[in-house]
Design a protein around this ligand. Structure first.
Ligand code: MD6
Ligand code: FE
Length: 199
């Protein structure tokens, strides 16, 4: 994987948080549940773009409408497309931006991002707010993993051999950033969902 510590400067981070505040009013955070068992996630989520990633009792999928409001997801702010163009090395625009919001003891179990049609497209992740302990392993569940910190403004790209690596968030370290007034952490992941007709 590729990790760019401090990729976004303070001003860019503040502007992005301001944009997200407006967007989350239009597409409120919701609490997804695990497929079949219905156990709630500890993170809250929403999405931007033509497609959004959702999880409910029926399974994981991308869909065009917010599961609570039934409305289309808000469009990406231009700044996210600029970041994608800078780091993705991929010639088509992203279609989805999953917004994960961590408060308190929220975490995310080890998973692969594999609900997309085209693994030739990377997943680009942006961290804002409190520092998180990120864990990453190989492409087989149960293999060796290593952890490192993701701070506010960091960008991570999973592509190539790392595209299907297992990864998750062990925990968020409270009080490590003042970017978000009430603390916590936002993670944005930009994804290409559909396979382009011509690459
Ligand atoms: C997070 N990130 O940082 C969770 N997925 O809160 C992810 O699940 C992730 O960081 C794909 C690519 C990069 C990531
Ligand atoms: Fe992921």
């Amino acid at each position: 994987m590729r990790h760019f510590p401090g990729f976004l400067d303070q001003t860019t981070q503040e502007k992005l948080v301001e944009d997200l505040r407006d967007l989350v009013e239009k597409a409120p955070l919701f609490t997804p549940v695990m497929p079949r068992i219905g156990k709630p996630f500890s993170v809250r989520m929403t999405n931007l773009g033509a497609l959004g990633w959702v999880s409910d009792k029926a399974g994981y999928r991308y869909q065009a409408a917010h599961p609570v409001t039934g409305k289309p997801w808000p469009a990406f702010p231009e700044s996210l497309l600029v970041i994608w163009d800078m780091v993705s090395h991929y010639p088509h625009p992203p279609e989805a931006c999953l917004v994960n919001y961590y408060t308190g003891s929220a975490k995310m179990g080890l998973h692969q991002d594999r609900d997309e049609e085209d693994f030739a497209a990377p997943v680009v992740s942006i961290s804002l707010g409190d520092t998180a302990v990120f864990r990453v392993g190989g492409i087989a569940r149960g293999g060796k993993t290593q952890s490192f910190k993701l701070a506010s403004g960091d960008v991570v790209v999973l592509d190539g051999a790392s595209r299907l690596a297992f990864h998750g968030i062990d925990r968020v370290i409270a009080g490590t950033s003042t970017l978000l007034k009430s603390g916590g952490r936002i993670n944005l992941t930009l994804r290409r969902v559909t396979k382009p007709a011509v690459s």
